[in-house]
Design a protein around this ligand. Structure first.
Ligand SMILES: Nc1nc2c(ncn2[C@@H]2O[C@H](COP(=O)(O)OP(=O)(O)OP(=O)(O)O)[C@@H](O)[C@H]2O)c(=O)[nH]1
Length: 316
């Protein structure tokens, strides 16, 4: 077929083959049994680079997915199910984003499956597009959305998510979970005496110190509110958490951040409310927060500059 424009173009098979071979997306066409009918240049390059298989014409996409699935690749099972759903006309299109990391780099791909009919035969186009750049940008944004801008530690949102998942993990493994709320004493006076900028610097200094007390993957230090911080200690009993918090209180006193008008000391002190729970299906993480908050109230009322703690007991 010839169409007239600036140039005359011959829309022959060779033309479309050249178009498909020039694409960076990997494109293949399979029949309803999963047998390959066509693959473009990018597909051939990718599969050769991956496993040296060059004879795509003899291969079967569904069989390859099912083999990978049997070897523990859960996403291959999802892909096979998605392809079948388009083949069986259960949906017009299947779409999957999946990681495919190599030893050298992190990579993500987007797979799309659509159907078309050709000469009475049902055909299915499967494309794979490298979406690594977009995924890395999304991850960076997500990371930023979980960090407190001033202190560079986890923010409240990150804390909420972490506590929920750590709560479930400790419940599953019958482990204790401890939570400490750390509130700076008379911080308003520090701000009023030395200015807001000095207050900000103080918050950053405290955050940096607290981070050193939450080093394991099951720990988290976060900014909970203005001058309130939290430390989650997974798999940590009350006695162990008390020991850690006592060391932390001493470390904060040792910083000797001036707070000349504080009625407690002439340097910055903190009050800590600590509670430990053995998570179960009869309790939840919000009860642990309430329990730590109650202990913080006890510490504040007891004269500040101290730790108050209690095991959270689940009532029948
Ligand atoms: N510099 C600075 N100050 C903050 C920030 N967020 C909250 N604050 C201040 O923290 C102070 C908290 O005051 P209060 O709630 O009265 O608590 P406090 O003075 O620490 O008194 P107690 O907690 O009862 O010991 C307020 O003056 C807030 O303006 C911040 O990001 N930077």
């Amino acid at each position: 077929m010839l169409l007239q424009g600036c140039y005359s173009v011959d829309y022959s098979s060779q033309f479309f083959k050249s178009v498909l071979d020039s694409m960076s997306e990997e494109v293949s066409v399979i029949d309803q049994f999963g047998n390959f009918l066509y693959v473009n240049h990018a597909w051939r390059c990718f599969s050769q680079g991956n496993d040296g298989a060059s004879s795509w014409a003899d291969a079967n996409y569904l069989t390859a997915c099912e083999r990978a699935s049997a070897n523990g690749d859960d996403l291959a099972a999802v892909a096979a199910q998605g392809i079948r759903s388009v083949i069986n006309d259960q949906q017009d299109e299947f779409y999957l984003e999946y990681p495919c990391h190599s030893s050298a780099e992190q990579r993500w791909f987007m797979m799309r499956v659509t159907a078309f009919a050709h000469g009475g035969q049902h055909c299915f186009v499967i494309t794979h597009k490298n979406i690594t750049e977009r995924k890395l940008a999304e991850e960076a944004v997500l990371e930023l959305s979980r960090i407190d801008g001033l202190t560079d530690i986890a923010n409240r949102r990150c804390f909420d998510e972490f506590l929920e998942s750590e709560y479930r993990r400790c419940a599953r493994l019958s482990m204790p979970l401890s939570l400490a709320i750390i509130d700076l004493d008379h911080f308003k006076l520090l701000n009023d005496t030395y200015g807001h900028q000095a207050g900000d610097e103080c918050l950053s200094k405290i955050a940096k110190l607290l981070k050193g007390f939450a080093k394991r993957p099951c720990d988290l230090c976060a900014r909970y509110g203005g001058e309130e911080f939290v430390i989650v200690l997974g798999n940590t009993s009350l006695i162990q958490a008390e020991a850690i918090m006592t060391r932390m209180l001493e470390a904060i006193r040792a910083l000797s951040i001036p707070n000349a008008h504080s009625p407690v000391e002439d340097f910055l002190t903190v009050s800590v409310g600590l509670s430990t729970i053995y998570p179960s299906k009869d309790s939840n993480e919000h009860q642990l927060i309430e329990a730590a908050d109650t202990q913080l109230y006890v510490a504040k009322n007891g004269g500040r500059n101290q730790l108050a703690s209690a095991q959270y007991l689940i009532m029948d």
